[in-house]
Ligand binder design. Structure first.
Ligand code: SAM
Length: 290
Protein backbone atom coordinates (compact mmCIF):
# COMPACT_ATOMS: atom_id res chain seq x y z
CA UNK A 1 0.00 0.00 0.00
CA UNK A 2 1.48 3.33 -1.12
CA UNK A 3 0.09 6.43 0.58
CA UNK A 4 3.14 8.67 0.30
CA UNK A 5 1.61 11.47 -1.78
CA UNK A 6 -1.67 11.74 0.13
CA UNK A 7 0.15 11.61 3.50
CA UNK A 8 3.18 13.81 2.92
CA UNK A 9 2.68 15.93 -0.19
CA UNK A 10 -0.97 16.92 -0.75
CA UNK A 11 -3.96 15.91 1.35
CA UNK A 12 -6.93 14.26 -0.37
CA UNK A 13 -9.62 16.82 0.48
CA UNK A 14 -7.51 19.83 -0.42
CA UNK A 15 -6.36 18.42 -3.74
CA UNK A 16 -9.89 17.28 -4.59
CA UNK A 17 -11.46 20.65 -3.79
CA UNK A 18 -8.87 22.65 -5.71
CA UNK A 19 -9.22 20.41 -8.78
CA UNK A 20 -13.01 20.33 -8.55
CA UNK A 21 -12.83 24.10 -8.96
CA UNK A 22 -10.26 23.95 -11.76
CA UNK A 23 -12.35 21.42 -13.70
CA UNK A 24 -15.76 22.93 -12.89
CA UNK A 25 -18.30 22.78 -15.72
CA UNK A 26 -18.19 26.57 -16.06
CA UNK A 27 -14.71 26.06 -17.64
CA UNK A 28 -15.61 22.95 -19.70
CA UNK A 29 -15.71 24.69 -23.09
CA UNK A 30 -12.23 26.17 -22.61
CA UNK A 31 -10.69 22.79 -21.85
CA UNK A 32 -12.63 20.95 -24.55
CA UNK A 33 -11.56 23.54 -27.11
CA UNK A 34 -7.89 22.82 -26.40
CA UNK A 35 -8.33 19.02 -26.14
CA UNK A 36 -9.81 18.80 -29.67
CA UNK A 37 -11.29 15.32 -29.17
CA UNK A 38 -13.96 13.73 -31.33
CA UNK A 39 -16.89 13.65 -28.91
CA UNK A 40 -19.09 11.53 -31.11
CA UNK A 41 -16.75 8.51 -30.77
CA UNK A 42 -16.77 6.04 -27.84
CA UNK A 43 -13.23 7.07 -26.88
CA UNK A 44 -11.19 4.97 -24.46
CA UNK A 45 -9.47 7.52 -22.22
CA UNK A 46 -6.71 6.89 -19.67
CA UNK A 47 -5.88 9.49 -17.03
CA UNK A 48 -2.42 9.11 -15.52
CA UNK A 49 -1.67 10.24 -11.93
CA UNK A 50 -5.35 11.01 -11.33
CA UNK A 51 -5.04 11.84 -7.61
CA UNK A 52 -8.48 12.05 -5.94
CA UNK A 53 -10.18 11.95 -9.35
CA UNK A 54 -11.67 15.39 -10.07
CA UNK A 55 -10.41 15.54 -13.69
CA UNK A 56 -11.55 11.96 -14.41
CA UNK A 57 -15.02 12.85 -13.08
CA UNK A 58 -15.08 16.00 -15.26
CA UNK A 59 -14.07 13.97 -18.33
CA UNK A 60 -16.96 11.61 -17.67
CA UNK A 61 -19.38 14.59 -17.57
CA UNK A 62 -17.86 16.33 -20.60
CA UNK A 63 -17.53 13.23 -22.81
CA UNK A 64 -20.51 11.02 -21.94
CA UNK A 65 -19.71 8.59 -24.78
CA UNK A 66 -16.18 7.98 -23.52
CA UNK A 67 -15.00 5.17 -21.26
CA UNK A 68 -12.69 6.65 -18.62
CA UNK A 69 -9.97 4.73 -16.79
CA UNK A 70 -7.76 6.54 -14.26
CA UNK A 71 -4.62 5.36 -12.52
CA UNK A 72 -2.50 6.58 -9.60
CA UNK A 73 0.02 4.85 -7.38
CA UNK A 74 -1.39 6.34 -4.17
CA UNK A 75 -3.88 3.84 -2.68
CA UNK A 76 -5.75 6.46 -0.65
CA UNK A 77 -6.41 8.64 -3.70
CA UNK A 78 -7.77 5.61 -5.55
CA UNK A 79 -9.98 4.58 -2.62
CA UNK A 80 -11.39 8.12 -2.31
CA UNK A 81 -11.90 8.57 -6.07
CA UNK A 82 -13.66 5.19 -6.44
CA UNK A 83 -16.14 6.19 -3.74
CA UNK A 84 -16.80 9.61 -5.30
CA UNK A 85 -17.25 8.63 -8.93
CA UNK A 86 -18.72 5.24 -9.76
CA UNK A 87 -18.71 5.69 -13.54
CA UNK A 88 -14.93 5.85 -13.85
CA UNK A 89 -12.63 2.82 -13.47
CA UNK A 90 -9.98 3.87 -10.91
CA UNK A 91 -6.92 1.63 -10.54
CA UNK A 92 -3.80 1.66 -8.42
CA UNK A 93 -0.72 1.48 -10.62
CA UNK A 94 2.56 2.99 -11.75
CA UNK A 95 2.76 5.41 -14.67
CA UNK A 96 6.28 4.14 -15.46
CA UNK A 97 4.95 0.59 -15.99
CA UNK A 98 1.31 0.97 -17.03
CA UNK A 99 -0.68 -2.24 -16.46
CA UNK A 100 -2.27 -2.12 -19.93
CA UNK A 101 -1.54 -3.84 -23.22
CA UNK A 102 -0.03 -1.97 -26.17
CA UNK A 103 -2.37 0.18 -28.28
CA UNK A 104 -5.36 -0.02 -25.92
CA UNK A 105 -6.40 3.68 -25.53
CA UNK A 106 -7.53 6.50 -27.84
CA UNK A 107 -6.50 9.27 -25.42
CA UNK A 108 -4.08 9.63 -22.52
CA UNK A 109 -4.30 12.67 -20.27
CA UNK A 110 -2.62 13.94 -17.10
CA UNK A 111 -2.75 17.09 -14.99
CA UNK A 112 0.35 18.33 -13.11
CA UNK A 113 2.02 14.92 -13.31
CA UNK A 114 4.72 15.28 -16.00
CA UNK A 115 7.05 17.17 -13.64
CA UNK A 116 7.13 14.25 -11.21
CA UNK A 117 8.02 11.40 -13.59
CA UNK A 118 11.17 10.76 -15.61
CA UNK A 119 10.20 11.97 -19.13
CA UNK A 120 11.32 8.95 -21.20
CA UNK A 121 9.08 6.76 -19.03
CA UNK A 122 6.26 9.32 -18.76
CA UNK A 123 5.96 9.77 -22.53
CA UNK A 124 7.24 6.28 -23.48
CA UNK A 125 4.50 4.43 -21.60
CA UNK A 126 1.77 6.67 -23.04
CA UNK A 127 3.16 6.12 -26.53
CA UNK A 128 3.04 2.35 -25.93
CA UNK A 129 -0.57 2.17 -24.68
CA UNK A 130 -2.01 4.62 -27.24
CA UNK A 131 -3.53 3.30 -30.46
CA UNK A 132 -2.01 4.64 -33.69
CA UNK A 133 -3.51 8.12 -34.18
CA UNK A 134 -4.25 8.31 -30.44
CA UNK A 135 -3.94 11.64 -28.62
CA UNK A 136 -1.68 12.44 -25.66
CA UNK A 137 -2.75 15.47 -23.59
CA UNK A 138 -0.34 16.82 -20.96
CA UNK A 139 -1.78 19.52 -18.69
CA UNK A 140 0.71 21.54 -16.70
CA UNK A 141 0.20 24.46 -14.29
CA UNK A 142 2.05 27.63 -15.15
CA UNK A 143 2.75 30.77 -13.15
CA UNK A 144 -0.55 32.55 -12.59
CA UNK A 145 -1.79 35.48 -10.53
CA UNK A 146 -2.31 35.07 -6.79
CA UNK A 147 -3.69 37.98 -4.81
CA UNK A 148 -4.67 37.18 -1.23
CA UNK A 149 -7.44 38.96 0.68
CA UNK A 150 -5.99 41.33 3.26
CA UNK A 151 -7.56 39.35 6.11
CA UNK A 152 -5.92 36.06 5.06
CA UNK A 153 -2.34 37.37 4.82
CA UNK A 154 -0.17 35.32 7.24
CA UNK A 155 0.61 36.97 10.57
CA UNK A 156 4.15 37.52 11.88
CA UNK A 157 4.15 34.27 13.80
CA UNK A 158 3.37 32.26 10.70
CA UNK A 159 5.98 34.15 8.67
CA UNK A 160 8.57 33.38 11.32
CA UNK A 161 7.51 29.72 11.38
CA UNK A 162 8.06 29.24 7.64
CA UNK A 163 11.36 31.13 7.73
CA UNK A 164 12.54 28.84 10.51
CA UNK A 165 11.45 25.46 9.09
CA UNK A 166 11.60 25.77 5.30
CA UNK A 167 15.41 25.45 5.28
CA UNK A 168 15.05 21.93 6.75
CA UNK A 169 12.29 20.78 4.42
CA UNK A 170 13.71 18.07 2.14
CA UNK A 171 10.35 16.55 1.19
CA UNK A 172 10.68 17.46 -2.51
CA UNK A 173 13.68 15.14 -2.97
CA UNK A 174 12.53 12.62 -0.38
CA UNK A 175 9.17 12.03 -2.08
CA UNK A 176 10.31 12.68 -5.70
CA UNK A 177 8.18 15.79 -6.06
CA UNK A 178 8.87 18.01 -9.06
CA UNK A 179 12.20 16.39 -9.92
CA UNK A 180 11.62 16.89 -13.69
CA UNK A 181 10.27 20.44 -14.18
CA UNK A 182 10.01 21.62 -17.79
CA UNK A 183 9.54 25.11 -19.18
CA UNK A 184 6.83 26.12 -21.66
CA UNK A 185 9.34 25.34 -24.44
CA UNK A 186 10.84 22.15 -22.98
CA UNK A 187 7.54 20.32 -22.49
CA UNK A 188 6.39 20.30 -26.15
CA UNK A 189 10.00 19.62 -27.18
CA UNK A 190 10.00 16.52 -24.98
CA UNK A 191 6.69 15.35 -26.48
CA UNK A 192 8.29 15.57 -29.94
CA UNK A 193 11.54 13.97 -28.75
CA UNK A 194 9.62 10.93 -27.48
CA UNK A 195 7.87 10.44 -30.79
CA UNK A 196 4.61 12.43 -30.74
CA UNK A 197 3.59 14.20 -33.95
CA UNK A 198 1.57 17.34 -34.76
CA UNK A 199 2.45 18.64 -31.31
CA UNK A 200 0.55 21.79 -30.40
CA UNK A 201 0.15 23.90 -27.26
CA UNK A 202 -2.75 25.79 -25.77
CA UNK A 203 -3.31 27.74 -22.55
CA UNK A 204 -6.50 27.57 -20.53
CA UNK A 205 -7.16 30.33 -18.02
CA UNK A 206 -9.17 29.50 -14.92
CA UNK A 207 -9.90 32.59 -12.87
CA UNK A 208 -11.06 31.92 -9.34
CA UNK A 209 -12.34 35.16 -7.86
CA UNK A 210 -14.90 34.57 -5.09
CA UNK A 211 -16.38 38.07 -5.30
CA UNK A 212 -17.11 37.86 -9.02
CA UNK A 213 -20.91 37.50 -9.29
CA UNK A 214 -20.57 35.06 -12.20
CA UNK A 215 -19.73 32.37 -9.62
CA UNK A 216 -22.49 30.72 -7.60
CA UNK A 217 -22.19 31.23 -3.83
CA UNK A 218 -21.16 27.63 -3.12
CA UNK A 219 -18.34 27.85 -5.65
CA UNK A 220 -17.13 31.11 -4.08
CA UNK A 221 -17.13 29.49 -0.63
CA UNK A 222 -15.25 26.51 -2.07
CA UNK A 223 -12.58 28.87 -3.45
CA UNK A 224 -12.00 30.35 -0.01
CA UNK A 225 -12.01 26.94 1.64
CA UNK A 226 -9.64 25.50 -0.96
CA UNK A 227 -7.11 28.11 0.18
CA UNK A 228 -7.76 27.34 3.77
CA UNK A 229 -7.23 23.62 3.07
CA UNK A 230 -3.92 24.21 1.29
CA UNK A 231 -2.70 26.24 4.25
CA UNK A 232 -3.80 23.69 6.86
CA UNK A 233 -2.27 20.86 4.81
CA UNK A 234 1.04 22.70 4.68
CA UNK A 235 1.10 22.88 8.48
CA UNK A 236 0.11 19.23 8.86
CA UNK A 237 2.76 18.09 6.43
CA UNK A 238 5.45 20.19 8.20
CA UNK A 239 4.62 18.25 11.36
CA UNK A 240 4.78 14.90 9.58
CA UNK A 241 8.01 15.58 7.70
CA UNK A 242 9.92 17.52 10.38
CA UNK A 243 8.65 16.23 13.76
CA UNK A 244 11.99 17.08 15.36
CA UNK A 245 11.66 20.77 14.40
CA UNK A 246 8.00 21.53 15.14
CA UNK A 247 5.64 20.50 17.90
CA UNK A 248 2.05 19.37 17.57
CA UNK A 249 1.06 22.19 19.91
CA UNK A 250 2.69 24.86 17.73
CA UNK A 251 0.97 23.45 14.64
CA UNK A 252 -2.41 23.46 16.36
CA UNK A 253 -1.94 27.12 17.31
CA UNK A 254 -0.91 28.09 13.78
CA UNK A 255 -3.89 26.21 12.36
CA UNK A 256 -6.28 27.92 14.77
CA UNK A 257 -4.95 31.37 13.78
CA UNK A 258 -5.28 30.52 10.08
CA UNK A 259 -8.83 29.25 10.61
CA UNK A 260 -9.80 32.56 12.22
CA UNK A 261 -8.46 34.44 9.18
CA UNK A 262 -10.36 32.25 6.70
CA UNK A 263 -13.55 32.39 8.78
CA UNK A 264 -13.25 36.16 8.57
CA UNK A 265 -12.85 35.95 4.79
CA UNK A 266 -16.02 33.84 4.55
CA UNK A 267 -17.88 36.28 6.78
CA UNK A 268 -16.89 39.21 4.53
CA UNK A 269 -18.09 37.23 1.52
CA UNK A 270 -21.44 36.46 3.14
CA UNK A 271 -21.88 40.18 3.95
CA UNK A 272 -21.06 41.22 0.41
CA UNK A 273 -17.92 43.13 1.50
CA UNK A 274 -15.84 42.55 -1.59
CA UNK A 275 -12.13 41.86 -1.32
CA UNK A 276 -11.43 40.94 -4.96
CA UNK A 277 -8.75 38.45 -3.97
CA UNK A 278 -8.06 36.14 -6.89
CA UNK A 279 -6.24 33.09 -8.16
CA UNK A 280 -5.75 32.94 -11.86
CA UNK A 281 -4.52 29.50 -12.88
CA UNK A 282 -2.89 29.16 -16.26
CA UNK A 283 -2.97 25.58 -17.46
CA UNK A 284 -0.78 24.66 -20.38
CA UNK A 285 -2.16 21.91 -22.60
CA UNK A 286 0.38 20.06 -24.74
CA UNK A 287 -1.29 17.88 -27.35
CA UNK A 288 0.51 15.27 -29.41
CA UNK A 289 -0.61 12.52 -31.76
CA UNK A 290 0.87 9.01 -31.94
C1 SAM B 1 0.35 16.94 -8.25
S1 SAM B 1 -0.52 15.43 -8.05
C2 SAM B 1 -1.78 15.62 -9.27
C3 SAM B 1 -2.95 14.73 -9.05
C4 SAM B 1 -4.09 14.94 -10.03
N1 SAM B 1 -3.66 14.82 -11.40
C5 SAM B 1 -4.73 16.28 -9.80
O1 SAM B 1 -4.50 17.21 -10.58
O2 SAM B 1 -5.45 16.40 -8.78
C6 SAM B 1 0.57 14.24 -8.80
C7 SAM B 1 0.00 12.84 -8.79
O3 SAM B 1 0.86 11.96 -9.52
C8 SAM B 1 0.89 10.71 -8.84
N2 SAM B 1 2.11 10.02 -9.25
C9 SAM B 1 3.39 10.45 -9.12
N3 SAM B 1 4.23 9.54 -9.64
C10 SAM B 1 3.45 8.53 -10.12
C11 SAM B 1 3.73 7.30 -10.78
N4 SAM B 1 4.98 6.93 -11.06
N5 SAM B 1 2.70 6.51 -11.11
C12 SAM B 1 1.42 6.88 -10.83
N6 SAM B 1 1.09 8.02 -10.22
C13 SAM B 1 2.11 8.83 -9.87
C14 SAM B 1 0.86 11.09 -7.37
O4 SAM B 1 0.45 10.01 -6.55
C15 SAM B 1 -0.14 12.23 -7.39
O5 SAM B 1 -1.45 11.78 -7.23
Amino acid sequence: MNIVWSSYVQGIDTLYLSRKLRFADIFADRFKHSFKLDESKPLKVLEIGCGPGALAAALHRWYPNAEITAIDRDSEFIRFASEQEKDVRFLEGDATALPFTDESFDVTISNTVSEHIEPSKFFGEQMRVLKPGGVCLVLSSRRGINIAAECTVPDEREEEFWKRVSQYDDSMEKYSVCQYPMSEAELPTAAEQYGFQNVSVGYVTVDLTPDDPKYPAQMARDMINAHRGTKLDAFASALRTMPERVSAEEIEELKAAANIRYDKRLELYEHGEKQWDTNVNIIMVVRGVK
